[in-house]
Write a protein of this length. Structure first.
Length: 375
């Protein structure tokens, strides 16, 4: 459903770089390898620990950009039924997600006997498994089964919120509403972006809801409409709106994450309005990583947890070998992500497939928990 300008090698390269940054952030954040290797590169480790998570803002902006491309490239909803659009998104997200969480449950059960560390998830409960399967873990107060899965839930919420907003505008009665549907939908997106940046994103207690993150997502949508604007003055209008929204938000309350989102959105417009940049084939490894970034994002925690357990058992005091272990964990995360991408994510799933994997996640998690209790 994406338009020709919505997905280019540049988009995939940006996703690839952001994905690699997130993996390294988690390698630095979740020890013990990073704790032992820290003296070798303390400045780099500190940067990854403190700022690597900012790459999430890049994904949020790109998510909004691609959502606008697929849902409303001209501002008007191009889908016929909101429920079907949301259901398709849920199914596409949760099948590789369930596979990755199932792996996390199994790996956590294995390493729990080798390594005592805060990064190892506790034995899952039934309520925790069900909440994670339904993307509700943060809302109902259950722990996540893997690092970063909160983002999957937020991505789904943001997509669903956008679909409902666009569908609501499309359903308005009257000739005037139909004639001005595109402008009305875009005004509402701008208003929602402003509300998020200026109000909701300043309220930390809301960080399990889409409203908290809609500012970055909305900037991505505005960026897409700026790229698609047929005339230069229209593109300049969108850019001015983005600068005003972001600048006011930073003036009210400077947040590094919002600064990253604003810069990402503005740079995206500048790059994607250039025919030369859009036609660039990119750097092949980064393009490939971007294409499979969702699978790598899902599976890397389990891989890193397993490598951490092995290295901490064999070489608990060697900074060099632990640093090499981090490099190995990164490489294996890419390999595992590629396997998940080729075998699962790339295939269009059905509701039956999604339900089967969700049930498998819950059932396997309970089986593992019972087995551990017996052991």
């Amino acid at each position: 459903m994406s338009s020709p300008t919505s997905r280019t090698p540049l988009i995939d390269m940006i996703k690839g770089m952001a994905c690699a940054t997130i993996v390294w952030h988690h390698l630095a954040f979740y020890g013990p390898m990073s704790d032992i290797a820290h003296p070798l590169a303390p400045t780099l480790m500190a940067w990854l620990y403190d700022y690597g998570r900012m790459a999430v803002q890049v994904f949020l902006v790109l998510g909004g950009y691609l959502a606008a491309a697929s849902l409303a490239p001209q501002g008007v909803a191009r889908f016929d039924h909101a429920g079907n659009a949301i259901a398709k998104r849920f199914v596409r997200l949760v099948v590789p997600y369930a596979v990755a969480l199932l792996l996390s449950v199994v790996v956590s059960a294995l390493v729990r006997h080798w390594m005592e560390h805060p990064s190892v998830p506790e034995q899952p409960t039934l309520s925790q498994l069900v909440a994670n399967a339904l993307l509700l873990q943060d809302i109902v107060g259950e722990d996540a089964l893997s690092a970063g899965v909160w983002y999957v839930a937020i991505d789904f919420q943001l997509f669903a919120l956008t679909v409902l907003l666009l569908a609501g505008v499309k359903a308005l009665p009257g000739a005037w509403a139909r004639r001005h549907a595109a402008a009305l939908a875009q005004v509402l997106v701008v208003a929602g972006t402003a509300a998020s940046l200026w109000v909701f994103n300043r309220m930390g207690a809301l960080d399990m809801w889409a409203l908290y993150f809609f500012g970055a997502y909305g900037l991505g949508m505005l960026a897409y409409w700026a790229v698609r604007a047929p005339h230069g003055h229209q593109a300049q209008g969108w850019l001015a709106a983005m600068v005003l929204l972001g600048g006011a938000a930073l003036a009210m309350d400077f947040r590094g994450r919002i600064a990253v989102a604003v810069v990402t959105a503005l740079c995206l417009v500048a790059a994607m309005r250039s025919e030369r940049v859009r036609s660039w084939t990119g750097i092949a490894p980064l393009v490939q990583l971007g294409q499979m970034s969702y699978s790598v994002f899902l599976v890397h925690f389990s891989v890193c947890l397993l490598v951490n357990a092995v290295v901490s058992q064999l070489w608990p005091d060697s900074p060099v070998l632990n640093a090499l272990g981090m490099l190995l964990a990164f490489a294996l995360s890419l390999a595992a992500g590629r396997l998940l991408y080729l075998r699962v994510e790339r295939h269009v799933p059905s509701w039956a497939t999604a339900l089967r994997w969700q049930a498998g996640l819950v059932g396997t998690g309970l089986l593992v928990a019972v087995s551990n209790n017996w052991a």
